[in-house]
Each structure stands twice: as structure tokens, then as C-alpha cells.
Design a protein. Structure first.
Length: 143
């Protein structure tokens, strides 16, 4: 930073410009949370593969416990498993990474029939392509 504060002023101006083009943080969080909730709903209804085929980027990566790193096609193959019977998303927060990229973080509690409750911290990174938010990276860290 220069003695007159110019560098920090430029950074603040950039952040404001990003927010102006992206909308408010609440709008960003609402948009990403709606997508993330729709994904969990699709996994609950057994339509996860169809949903994520439209939402994942071609180069998407998922980092899942006990499965590891999955690329786009392997991630879609994994959507055919046993559906979730219920889920709850808690404490969602959005972080803009630029004009067309953002991360949604949250805690999830979920359960499949006849299995113990699953709890994890989630980070989903979205990129905007052709005006639509697409999932590029999804990581689950069990609690």
C-alpha cells in the first residue's frame, strides 16, 4: 500500500465494481443456494443425474469422502446411488471470487433410509457461463 492509501482504495473499488455487476451478496447467496437446494432435492427424488448433467461444467470435479476425486462423467455415474430421504442446509454463506465465479459454503445434515445421519461441511464453487451458474467444484468434508 502506498502512503496515500491508493492501493487499498483500488482494491475496495474493484470489490464494489464486482458487486455492482453481480448484484448484492444476498442475491448471489440466494441464487447459489437455490441451485444447491435443487441439487439436493434432485438427489432426494432420484433425478440427480439428470439435474447435474445440466448444472456441472464439462471439467467439473467433485471431492467426496470415501470416494475421492471424481471428474464430470464419474460424478454423474455416482448420482444413480440410493437417494437421500431428507436433508437440511444450515448456515449458507456466499463468497464472490470475481464477476463470474463464487463459492457457496454451508453445513448439511442428511439421511438415507436405514443409514446413520450424514453431516458435512460443503464448499461448492460455481462459475457463470452464458449467464447461467454452473457447478465447477464440489467438496464435502464429513463432520
Amino acid at each position: 500500500m502506498t502512503s496515500n492509501g491508493r492501493a487499498s482504495g483500488i482494491r475496495r473499488g474493484y470489490r464494489r465494481a464486482v458487486w455492482c455487476r453481480m448484484g448484492s451478496m444476498d442475491e448471489l447467496k440466494d441464487a447459489l443456494l437455490a441451485l444447491e437446494t435443487a441439487g439436493w432435492d434432485a438427489l432426494k427424488e432420484g433425478t440427480g443425474r439428470r439435474f447435474y448433467a445440466q448444472v456441472l461444467t464439462d471439467d467439473a470435479v467433485m471431492l467426496l469422502p470415501q470416494v475421492g476425486l471424481l471428474t464430470h462423467d464419474k460424478a454423474l455415474d455416482g448420482m444413480d446411488g440410493q437417494p437421500w430421504s431428507w436433508f437440511q442446509i444450515r448456515n449458507p454463506q456466499a463468497l464472490a471470487l470475481g464477476d463470474d465465479a463464487a463459492v457457496l459454503t454451508y453445513r448439511v445434515q442428511a439421511r438415507r433410509d436405514f443409514q446413520p445421519e450424514y453431516q458435512a461441511l460443503i464448499a461448492s464453487t460455481y462459475v457463470r457461463r452464458d449467464g447461467e451458474w454452473r457447478l465447477a467444484l464440489h467438496q464435502q468434508t464429513p463432520m
